[in-house]
Design a protein around this ligand. Structure first.
Ligand code: NAP
Length: 258
């Protein structure tokens, strides 16, 4: 599992290990991966940056040495790259595409020869695809490219089950860790005004549990190609002001950041 050190990936990885799966946990921060191993009482941490092509190959080599054939590859990593598109530098664009599009493709390419028959390969995308919002344009563009790449994998490798998991707003992750508070307030105002904000947000632990059920269901039914799943919070659009939303987000920061 790529992106297992925080957020949704961490919640999924922890549950998968606790449910008895043998899981390789990939992220850039060793100490966070060690925390996951301690909490889950298992798992194999592998420090790797998927923005680096060599690291994408070597993390799969390590995973194969550890696990043998791979039944499921789930890519939960992601970079948000918050900022107005007019200010995005070439480096900003490259970083978001490296982590959200190119890295997942290189990891998948390295894993292909080692996938077990009927393997499941899932990627987390975003409900912002097709509905770009202020401050997240390179992000939405990268997730659109990720989704097109998933469709391309299906064309070239119909023997593998590639799944796009579209995710809505989830509390308790590190997705906004680099978001400047002043920019956050102005972006949230604009998202509310443009009808992008749901009344409720999903809880990260709940999303991790639902995702484990998705992966388990796919593995239990190798005769079904589960191609797309959408997980989004129920209810209508937000009716509170931006201040109440900022409060909710602050209250739900992961403990390490609060
Ligand atoms: N949270 C939401 O509301 C939301 C909504 C829609 C879609 N999503 C999508 O869901 C996925 C998970 O989001 P999240 O909110 O759980 O994010 P998160 O809390 O920020 O976690 C991201 C994970 O990706 C890893 N990662 C980031 N860059 C990496 C790199 N270059 N190499 C290896 N690992 C890397 C991080 O670990 P290290 O920092 O240790 O490397 C971390 O484990 C992302 O694809 C995101 O776009 C999230």
């Amino acid at each position: 599992m790529v992106g297992a050190s925080a957020g949704i990936g961490r919640a999924l990885a922890t549950r998968a290990v606790q449910a008895g799966a043998d899981v390789v946990l990939v992220g850039r921060r060793q100490e966070r991966l060690d925390d996951v191993v301690a909490q889950a009482a298992g798992g194999h941490p592998v420090v790797a940056d998927i923005a680096d092509a060599d690291a994408c190959r070597s993390l799969i080599a390590t995973a194969v040495d550890t696990l043998g054939a791979i039944d499921a590859l789930v890519v939960c990593s992601g970079a948000s790259g918050f900022g107005m598109v007019r200010n995005a530098t070439q480096e900003d664009w490259r970083s978001v595409f490296d982590i959200n599009v190119i890295g997942p493709a290189l990891v998948t390419a390295a894993a292909l020869p080692h996938l077990a028959p009927g393997a499941f390969v899932g990627y987390l995308s975003s409900e912002s695809v097709g509905r770009p919002r202020h401050g997240l344009v390179p992000y939405s563009a990268s997730k659109a490219a990720l989704e097109e790449t998933i469709r391309g994998w299906r064309v070239e490798h119909p023997e593998v089950r590639f799944c796009c998991v579209c995710v809505g707003a989830t509390l308790g992750t590190e997705f906004g860790r680099d978001l400047d508070p002043a920019l956050a307030a102005s972006l949230f105002r604009s998202w509310i005004a443009h009808g992008h904000m749901a009344q409720t947000m999903m809880d990260v632990e709940d999303v991790g549990e639902a995702l484990l059920e998705v992966v388990s269901s796919a593995l239990a039914h190798p005769g079904i190609d589960l191609q797309a799943v959408t997980l989004r919070p129920p209810g209508g659009l937000i009716d509170g002001g931006v201040e109440s939303m900022l409060e909710t987000l602050a209250e739900n920061q992961p403990a390490e950041q609060a």
